[in-house]
Design a protein around this ligand. Structure first.
Ligand code: ARG
Length: 468
């Protein structure tokens, strides 16, 4: 359809003399992006028309004919043989109906009985999100698996744990890596919660108030794999909180990926030199031949901005919309589509970064040499001798002050040096060992080698089930 007049008698019917003007078509046509919903809109159409026939709302013969053709279209769409490449229908729903009617003739005109694009789009969007989310969850599993692999590779490697980006206490590098596995697990849970809340079928809500036909909403919901039909037609066509909730899960996930990316950038920096990025996940410089840059991780960090932006955009679009459907709601899709594309880039990028890079145990040992990392340990040693913690803190603070005056790190002092400063340090040699300090944190959630090994085993069991 190239001529606007051809729209007459189209989706909007006879009261329109011509189609919309150019400005409205430019701003309003969504086929270019909502084409992505074709597969899921067709699935919704198939369930709808089967119900129309079964309930005697349209002639059974027509329902069968329409159903058969919709299934053929679905197969063609999945194979990529049917796409609205040069078609200029307003949206994917209009496109499907037009192609169907061109193929089956008059019967096609019955498909839109007892339905509106408002409940139709709410259904297709949910079906689409439900299936795409599975891809995201699969990528989360892969990243968790890569984190566990690295945690296993670096078994026994101790590094500083930082607070305020200052070296604080010794910790197993594996413990640090597994912290991200936990964050990703909660991200996974947030998507799961969202999917459960979204598990209601909009079809049957019509434009806003329901439909005056004996529809079988339970049957359609069941056929489409929803737990039940939605409970209020106005809510159904007006709200997009399911998309906002999904975007918020995606935004939090992206923030987690961004923090991991930032850690990677620090670890790979000339200052840390803890992580050597593989060729697969680093880039050189066009001018500085020595460079090995973490572009992939930087892009993951950078793309977080757009995902957070999409969440903000949708919330802003929704705020202030009167019930029920308003065309503003068409703005709900592109941000979600872009977020899915983004996550399917950023998650594999972080997985590859971990899989193709190696931690350097010598660099880890060098990092332990500064920062007086065992200061807390020494204070805890005094506590073990009955000194109240505040006083112990004071005594060790004094030791650190002297170290700093002499340009020494606490790790360069031995027991006799310490006893010379304060007799109560007698017997403290055991507190001056990084590995021993780590292993003393032997409780659930602590960094003791035994506990980290337990975490690794737990993750292995959990992921083996999921990745099987
Ligand atoms: N393309 C539209 C959207 O995404 C479909 C629903 C149109 N409904 C309407 N009343 N104009 O929201």
């Amino acid at each position: 359809m190239s001529n606007a007049d051809d729209k007459r008698g189209g989706l909007w019917g006879a009261r329109f003399d011509g189609g919309p003007g150019d400005a409205l078509r430019w701003i309003g046509d969504s086929l270019i992006f909502d084409e992505r919903l074709a597969e899921h809109d067709l699935i919704g159409c198939i369930a709808h028309v089967r119900m129309l026939g079964a309930q005697g709302i349209i002639p059974k013969g027509d329902a069968r004919k329409i159903g058969a053709e919709l299934k053929r279209m679905l197969r063609e769409v999945i194979k990529g043989e049917l796409r609205p490449i040069d078609d200029d229908d307003e949206d994917v729903h209009g496109w499907i109906e037009r192609v169907l009617t061109e193929r089956v003739g008059e019967a096609g005109a019955r498909l839109h009985t007892a339905r509106s694009r408002n409940d139709q789009v709410a259904t297709a969007f949910r079906l689409y999100l439900r299936s795409e989310t599975q891809l995201v969850l699969g990528e989360i599993d892969e990243l968790q698996d890569a984190l566990v692999d690295q945690a296993e590779n670096v078994r026994g490697v101790v590094v500083p744990a930082y607070t305020h980006l200052q070296r604080g206490q010794p910790v197993l590098l594996g413990h640090h890596l597994l912290a991200y596995a936990e964050m990703l697990e909660r991200d996974r849970g947030r998507f799961g919660d969202q999917l459960r809340r979204m598990d209601e079928c909009p079809l049957g809500s019509g434009a806003a108030t329901g439909v005056p036909y004996p529809v079988d909403r339970d049957g359609v919901a069941e056929e489409l794999g929803f737990a039940r039909p939605t409970a209020n037609s106005m809510d159904t066509v007006a709200d997009r909180d399911f998309a906002a909730e999904w975007l918020s899960a995606a935004a939090i996930l992206s923030v987690h990926l961004s923090r991991l990316a930032e850690d990677v950038c620090l670890w790979a920096s000339s200052e840390w030199r803890l992580l050597r990025l593989g060729d697969e996940v680093s880039t050189g410089s066009s001018i500085m031949p020595q460079k090995r840059n973490p572009d992939g991780a930087e892009l993951v960090r950078g793309k977080t901005g757009r995902v957070v932006g999409h969440l903000t955009a949708l919330l802003t679009t929704m705020k202030g919309l009167p019930l029920t459907y308003n065309r503003d709601l068409q703005e709900d899709k592109e941000g979600v589509f872009d977020t899915i594309d983004t996550l399917l880039d950023t998650l594999p990028m972080m997985t590859a970064t971990l899989a193709y890079s190696t931690f350097d145990a010598d660099a880890a040992a060098r990092l332990l040499e500064g920062g007086h990392l065992l200061a807390t340990e020494l204070a805890d040693f005094l506590v073990g001798k009955g000194v109240p913690f505040r006083h112990a803190h004071e005594a060790v603070g004094d030791v650190i002050r002297r170290c700093e005056e002499r340009g020494l790190d606490l790790s360069q002092l031995d027991e006799s040096d310490l006893i010379a400063l304060h007799p109560r340090f007698e017997g403290c040699a055991g507190a001056l060992d990084f590995r021993a300090a780590v292993d003393r944190r032997d409780h659930v959630g602590g960094t003791a080698s035994k506990r980290v090994a337990q975490q690794i085993r737990r993750w292995r069991r959990r992921l083996a089930k999921r990745l099987a």
